[in-house]
Design a protein around this ligand. Structure first.
Ligand code: FHN
Length: 696
């Protein structure tokens, strides 16, 4: 069955409620000086995610043939799981590792026990990494564990042991494959030795589907399919959607990460557009304020490498790892912490030691991680906060990294009544609490009870009331016609009051009890009140009523835009004035054509944009790599640079008529993408129809 038929069958399997994953909707949210805590965002109510959200903490395992060289090749010791590429090892040489891979010390029960004892709730292991070697007995490849002297299905053994220890078994699977003859593109350095021949990417994708099918049918219930290696141009969203739906068709409750599709957005882990996948995947980084409104998981190495590197002794301390765990949980994310086992099947001693110390901490403090949600506070100077929120009472877990030498810990902005406070690591130590002026003072005594991170468990009445300046929700701060905005506080118990003349709000100022119409230039100043008292700083937003830019253009002779295609290697947008296009085409809208290669290429789109009605319009420019948007010869959006799929938005007031428009885009290598959406401020963003575009 041709892949296109297979894919169309899967896409037709629309019965699956597979909704694309999106980050927070575009639009301006102007808050007080500090970033808004993500606790205000709502996650999906998909029950599939429940165990994963409660888990908060998992083990990543990168293991395979690359553990044999252990990071060293020709005297260089900086390699790891990428060694076949970073050391440019020819395929037949690399295949030689198969005979050497005999992990006689592999003990699935010991691995699962170390993960469980460390407080981890799931294990994600590389069933196949980019090198194409399968750590399981695959019916679709001879390049697998059964070809080694070991001849045991490691995934089957690990799945059994993982479940025996009460953990979820999860599979990592690389879309990119440097071994399979049909995967494209070839590595540049080996193209001569390993020509494409009759390589067929569709045929490779069928192979991938077959292996994913066996991974989801031979080994019982799988918690997560963790895809990776999705960034090359040969993998596209049609494949991604079909693969997502395949996984859900085989195991409806399986969770699938967002690297199944093209929505990863580089190391940040999620782009702004809607792609398939159930959670974002920041890598080696922790989002500064979480990722509002979606599930996400930071994956991170203990040292500097994913796969085993014998020379890399630069392991993060246990304290650093526990602070990262607390930081991630306080922002509502999961922590996937990596182990790179040795070729003999044992864990590095440095990893074993840290897992044990983390487990000791989790034995005492795990309730401050499992089943918690994001902090209701903005940044805290001494540490982090996680929460378990209920209607009658709630629990706040204060993760104190920096213990107060005074013996008194101050928590600013707590408007809730506290019922009790205890130290998880020293429950016998009494903790007094005083509250006044929106601050809580915990008499915790000198000497932190835990050497890494000490948790103060605080019970409060009802849901948290947190004093912070109101958030102003608006799609724009410039307007042509009147716009509606809203103000929000962190709790329905609090009031937001405001003025429009720049003066400081007081208890008699206007109450924000619904949408506010802004029709003129003004300075909105908002403040939070509790029981008639001001309890926050102010949020100040300048709104400007502007005249729309005049329509300086005229309808062109042809519909759509002119697209000029250029070839070259750039790290940023080139100066097109000095280039000669290799092709000039008509483009119905701002989008990539199919026939042109999407690497080492640049496009310039020029023409006229028709505006039906004078007003303020939002434009959203998404691209991989860089792009810019000019209207009326003025730069409106700058999305230039080498990056994954990223979106920038902006607002401009335009009069009715035709406006000159230019979009420039380039892609160096890897993923490619370009789209331009627009809509009236506060309205839906849509692709620009070619009837609104013209060129001469
Ligand atoms: O290239 C891989 C890398 O080897 C490793 O597997 C990480 C883990 O998330 N993922 C890719 C890099 O983003």
């Amino acid at each position: 069955m041709p892949l296109s038929t297979t894919i169309s069958c899967l896409l037709a399997a629309g019965a699956l409620a597979a909704m694309p994953l999106t980050a927070a909707p575009a639009g301006a949210q102007v808050s007080s000086a500090q970033p808004e805590s993500r606790s205000g965002a709502q996650l999906s109510d998909d029950p599939r995610m429940d165990w994963w959200r409660d888990a908060r903490f998992g083990m990543f395992i990168h293991w395979g043939l690359y553990a044999v060289p252990a990071g060293e090749w020709d005297g260089t010791t900086t390699h790891a799981e990428w060694i076949r590429t970073t050391a440019q090892i020819p395929l037949e040489t690399y295949d030689g590792f198969v005979e050497q891979f005999n992990p006689v010390n592999f003990d699935a029960d010991a691995w699962a026990a170390m993960a469980a004892d460390a407080g981890m709730k799931y294990i994600v292991i590389t069933t196949k990494h980019h090198d194409g070697f399968a750590l399981y007995d695959s019916a679709f490849s001879d390049f697998d564990i059964m070809a080694t002297p070991f001849k045991r299905d490691i995934m089957a053994e690990l799945a059994e042991a993982t479940r025996a220890h009460g953990l979820e078994m999860c599979w990592y699977y690389s879309i990119m494959d440097w071994h399979h003859p049909d995967y494209l593109p070839r590595r540049g350095w080996e193209a001569a030795d390993r020509p494409e021949g009759d390589a067929d990417m569709d045929r490779y994708v069928m192979h991938l589907f077959a292996q994913v099918t066996e991974l989801l049918t031979k080994y019982g219930d799988i918690g997560v399919m963790w895809f990776d290696g999705e960034w090359e141009a040969t993998w596209n969203s049609s494949y991604g959607e079909a693969l997502y739906k395949l996984c859900r068709a085989l195991q409806p409750d399986v969770i699938v990460n967002n690297r199944v599709d093209k929505g990863r957005g580089g190391m940040a882990g999620i782009s702004d557009e809607g792609y398939f996948g159930d959670f974002g995947t920041p890598e080696q980084t922790i989002p500064a304020t979480g990722i509002p409104g979606v599930d996400w998981e930071t994956c991170m190495t203990m040292n500097g490498h994913w796969g085993y590197n014998a020379a890399d002794k630069d392991f993060k301390s246990t304290t650093d790892l526990l602070w990262k765990l607390g930081d991630i949980a306080s922002k509502g994310g999961n922590f996937l912490l990596n182990i790179g086992p040795k070729a003999d099947g044992s864990f590095p001693q440095e990893s074993i030691d840290r897992l044990r110390e983390i487990g000791d901490w989790m034995d005492v403090n795990g309730e401050a991680i499992y089943g918690t949600t994001a902090s209701p506070f903005d940044t805290l100077p001494w540490g982090r906060c996680t929460a378990k929120i209920g209607d009658e009472t709630s629990t706040l877990y204060l993760h104190v990294f920096d213990w107060p030498t005074s013996g008194v810990l101050r928590l600013d902005g707590l408007g809730s009544e506290t019922l009790s406070a205890t130290l998880l690591a020293d429950p016998g130590r009494a903790v007094g609490v005083e509250q006044h002026d929106g601050k809580a003072y915990f008499q915790v005594g000198t000497g932190a009870p835990d050497p890494h991170s000490s948790i103060i468990k605080v019970e409060i009445v009802g849901r948290p009331i947190v004093y912070r300046a109101p958030v102003v929700h608006t799609q724009s701060t410039i307007l042509v016609d009147p716009i509606e905005i809203t103000l929000s506080t962190s709790s329905p118990e609090l009031e937001a009051r405001y003025t429009l003349d720049g003066s400081e709000p007081d208890a008699s100022s206007t109450l924000a009890d619904g949408p506010i119409t802004i029709g003129e230039t003004c300075v909105l100043t908002a403040r939070t009140f509790h029981h008639g008292n001001a309890v926050s700083g102010t949020t100040r937003v300048n709104f400007e009523r502007v005249l729309p830019q005049p329509a300086t253009g005229a309808q062109g002779a042809h519909p759509g835009l002119r697209r000029e295609v250029f070839e070259g290697k750039w790290d940023a947008l080139p100066d097109f004035a000095n280039l000669t296009p290799v092709a000039t085409q008509q483009s119905d809208t701002v989008a990539l054509p199919e026939e042109y290669g999407k690497e080492y290429v640049a496009h310039r789109y020029t023409g006229q944009l028709r505006i039906e009605k004078a007003g303020a319009y939002t434009f959203a420019l998404t691209s991989d790599d860089g792009s810019i948007l000019r209207i009326n010869d003025e730069l409106l959006l700058d999305n230039d640079g080498l990056h994954g799929s990223e979106t920038v938005t902006g607002v401009v007031a335009l009069d009715a008529g035709w406006h000159p428009i230019t979009i420039e885009w380039f892609n160096k290598t890897g993923g490619a993408g370009l789209s331009l959406m627009m809509g009236p401020v506060g309205g839906e963003l849509k692709t620009i129809e070619n009837t609104a575009l013209s060129h001469d």
